[in-house]
Design a protein around this ligand. Structure first.
Ligand code: HEM
Length: 398
């Protein structure tokens, strides 16, 4: 492909998308699509943009109708100094200690899910979807029975990703999709303010930093962010890991022989198949990026997936290598700068524990290609996120 299409390819045809990203990195490192969005592809530029919130604001709501329903407490949409204050407050309930303490529970839930999975199973249904949602729901203090509700909500919102975020139809649709979740979570927050329990939602409504507390709306919105941001992304990471290992013979045996390689393998999967392909920013003033001037009040889409495949930052970027090293910050799948993923330690912990359990249980874990064919192929998410909704497997017990 030599010329730019007038809109980015979707994520459901990964080879086409990766090929296009490669062309864009080399020939059009900063490129404006049909809808006026500025796409940025090189690692150094993506890093520079996400490090500069004074120019590249996370509050895209003034330019994107779909952002309008995004309300107070939505950490991802705030700029410093408001962002710093809120992040400080929520971090008080979401500490590395709280996360590390979850390890035994994550291990137990993984074991229960795999015990129930049967001889042949679909990784997404059996483990990759339920594990992260059970963990976040338990952390927040929400009843596990409601997890099908969370699935419907999250799936609905992610399916709504479109090429043109400036579409005026989008705002009301997202608003409607979020109304039920917000009402459900606001009720949970109110109940905990009256009678605090031992859970993260109670910590959120009672945490106090510099004399400030979250109100119910902020706490509910932040809980929603955790449910959405911490859920499908981790599902995709687990699916992407097993699918990528299947494509690279020998990796499974190596991980079984030395589980100490698992954290490095997780980092490499995040680089190679970044679940969250892009982030969004809105310029507060004009800016020069790779010698192109992006005007003020423009929507900018830095591509994390592209940055992670940039040969300027990673040698032989299209080679999957679990011994590449732990990233040293160069791997951008969790973002960069002040908005660096708050849940990264939890996502890494869940992926490590799940892969430790899978490699201990199964001598081999190949994709069941006959079942994939019968299902009409792997069902990829179409936009914004990279990964599949199904992954049938043919496990071989150890
Ligand atoms: C593999 C899994 C995950 C990936 C790839 C991922 C990716 C990201 C990325 C790229 C950002 C930055 C967005 C931006 O700069 O605009 C982010 C932010 C965030 N993530 Fe994650 N995430 C994952 C898992 C989680 C989990 C498990 C949680 C929580 C339970 C979580 C909670 C958050 C929150 C709260 C933010 C906002 C931080 C801020 O704005 O300061 N994420 N994530």
């Amino acid at each position: 492909m030599t010329t730019a299409a007038d809109v980015a390819p979707t994520t459901d045809d990964e080879p086409v998308l990766l090929d296009w990203l490669h062309t864009m990195r080399e020939q059009h490192p900063v490129w404006q699509d049909r809808y006026g969005l500025w796409h940025v592809f090189r690692h150094a530029d993506v890093e520079a943009i996400t490090r500069d919130p004074a120019t590249f604001s996370s509050d895209t709501s003034r330019l994107v109708p779909a952002g309008a329903p995004v309300r107070r407490g939505m950490l991802t949409q705030l700029d410093p100094p408001e962002h710093r204050a809120l992040r400080h407050l929520v971090s008080a309930g979401f500490t590395p200690r709280t996360v590390a303490a979850l390890e035994p529970r994550i291990r137990a839930v993984t074991g229960e899910l795999l015990d129930a999975a049967g001889e042949r199973f679909d990784l997404v249904d059996a483990l990759a979807f339920p594990l992260p949602v059970i963990v976040i729901a338990e952390l927040l203090g929400l009843p596990a029975e409601d997890r099908e509700l969370f699935r419907t909500w999250a799936d609905g919102l992610f399916s709504m990703q479109v090429d043109d975020p400036t579409d005026p139809e989008l705002g009301p649709r997202v608003e409607a999709a979020m109304a039920d979740i917000t009402a459900y979570l606001a009720e949970g927050c109110r109940a905990r303010r009256a009678h605090p329990r031992e859970d993260l939602m109670s910590a959120l409504v009672t945490a106090e930093v510099d004399g400030r507390r979250l109100d119910d709306e902020e706490a509910a919105n932040f809980s929603m962010l955790l449910l959405l941001a911490g859920h499908i992304t981790t599902t995709l990471l687990l699916g992407n890991a097993v699918r990528t290992f299947d494509e690279h013979p020998g990796v499974w045996d190596e991980l079984r022989a030395d589980p100490g390689l698992i954290p490095g393998a997780v980092e490499e999967v995040l680089r190679y198949r970044s679940p969250f392909t892009q982030v969004g920013r809105a310029t507060l003033r004009s800016a020069e990026v790779s010698e192109v001037t992006i005007p003020a009040d423009a929507l900018v889409m830095p591509w994390l997936l592209s940055a992670n495949r940039d040969a300027r930052a990673h040698s032989e970027p299209d080679r999957f290598d679990i011994r590449r090293g732990l990233g040293g910050g160069a791997q951008l799948a969790f973002g960069h700068g002040v908005h660096f993923c708050l849940g990264a330690p939890l996502a890494r912990l869940e992926a490590r524990v799940a892969l430790e359990a899978l490699t201990a249980r199964y001598r081999a874990l190949p994709v069941d290609h006959d079942a994939v064919a019968r299902a009409g192929g792997l069902r990829h998410y179409p936009r914004g996120i990279l990964g599949t909704r199904n992954l049938p497997l043919r496990p071989v017990a150890a």
